[in-house]
Design a protein around this ligand. Structure first.
Ligand code: NAD
Length: 349
């Protein structure tokens, strides 16, 4: 398998492979671009079936972080790490410490945060071996929730301000009586529901776990919807907050909304679906722009900041989205493409 020739390689600056015999750790760190600063990105543990699968994942994700950091106005580059193995059955403290040493060997070129399969406790174990982990001691928070290192409150707040700005742009309206369909009521979706309910929005919710739906119905007067019916509703906004690749040609065909604004990563099944949305007159908030509250939070925890500065930084997501919408409209180009263009201008591709 070639790395330099890999379809996802895209001028990566550094890709490091590591195996630690004693603990059994097998991992890769990829640094895509550091023009704006050292690379920040999560570390993921996943039972990859092949080296190719892991390489593809780490390259794709680290590139995504460069774009995300640039659009969030962070003085950071993009990077990511992956650990081979099932996080439920193959994760050990020894592997986490060995990962910390691996991260340390890059002398700060890559700063790790949490991603799927890892917890704050795992990062703390890594942090015994390196200073280059973030998201383990949260000093600042955006509301009364305890600052415990979980970035979901900040992600949800960012999605809320971004959704509000998009509704104002596309519908010339505030959120009162605006109908929002939320797909997924997890860490982010449930908090988003709370914000929207407080502004008078009417919620339609779905999840694969009925207790989450019941909570939203009782606390936010939401209307319960079966997972398969979420695309067919006669509502104003669709907020995907579960899994990626849900914006397929087929699902977009079913949507009657004016706005798509949600937390899920990689919402577009293909980049070309962005143009389809533009053609239908749907204002699509590019996922990595609107869901950047979490990475902004992690960044602020690693610098001298304050609750107010963190909050104001997250609120800038709405300005970034408006810049994207205006440019997309004047050039007749889809918002996902414009977002990539602005990011590339910012990090100097
Ligand atoms: P989560 O796992 O806490 O919540 C996801 C929810 O979606 C769960 O309640 C799950 O039951 C539900 N779900 C799964 N499949 C579904 C389906 N087919 N239909 C309806 N609901 C379904 O995750 P989260 O932390 O809330 O993140 C949500 C999304 O936002 C993910 O795509 C994540 O990658 C992205 N994201 C999260 C953060 C963060 O700070 N947590 C930051 C950026 C992006």
């Amino acid at each position: 398998m070639s790395v330099f020739e890999h379809s996802e390689f895209d001028e990566h600056e550094h890709v490091a492979f590591h195996q630690d015999k004693a603990s059994g750790l097998k991992a890769i760190i990829a640094v895509h671009n550091s023009n704006l600063g050292n690379a920040l990105g999560g570390c993921r543990m996943w039972p990859y079936l092949s080296d190719e699968e892991a390489v593809r994942d780490v390259l794709r994700l680290s590139k995504g972080m460069t774009y995300k950091a640039a659009m969030a106005g962070l003085k950071q580059g993009g990077g990511k790490a992956v650990i081979f193995g099932n996080p439920r059955t193959e994760k050990t403290p020894e592997k986490m410490r060995a990962m910390g040493k691996f991260i340390d060997s890059l002398s700060g070129q890559y700063i790790s945060a949490e991603d799927s399969g890892l917890t704050v406790d795992d990062l703390k174990l890594m942090g015994q071996q390196t200073d280059f982990v973030s998201g383990i001691q949260a000093k600042y928070h955006i509301n009364s929730e305890p600052a415990d290192g979980n970035p979901a409150p900040s992600t949800a707040y960012g999605v809320y301000v971004g959704l509000k700005a998009t509704v104002k742009y596309a519908m010339k309206s505030d959120l009162k009586d605006v109908k929002v369909a939320i797909q997924g009521l997890g860490h982010v979706g449930m908090r988003l529901a709370k914000h929207l309910h407080s502004q008078g929005a009417k919620l339609y919710v779905t999840d694969i776990h009925s207790e989450n739906i019941e909570k939203a119905v009782s606390e936010f007067s939401a209307i319960a919807v079966a997972p398969n019916n979420i695309y067919d509703l006669d509502v104003d906004v669709f907020a995907p907050c579960a899994m990626g690749a849900i914006l397929t040609e087929e699902n977009v065909d079913r949507l009657k909304v004016k706005v798509i604004a949600g937390a899920a990563n990689n919402q577009l099944a293909k980049e070309s679906v962005g143009q389809l949305l533009a053609g239908k007159g749907i204002a699509y908030a590019p996922d990595y722009v609107i869901n950047a509250g979490g990475i902004i939070d992690i960044y602020h925890q690693s610098i001298a900041s304050s609750d107010r500065e963190l909050r104001e930084h997250i609120e800038k997501i709405s300005n970034t989205l408006l810049e994207i919408y205006h440019r997309a409209q004047s050039q007749g180009i889809a918002t996902n493409i414009i977002a990539n263009e602005i990011a590339e201008e910012r990090f100097g591709k």
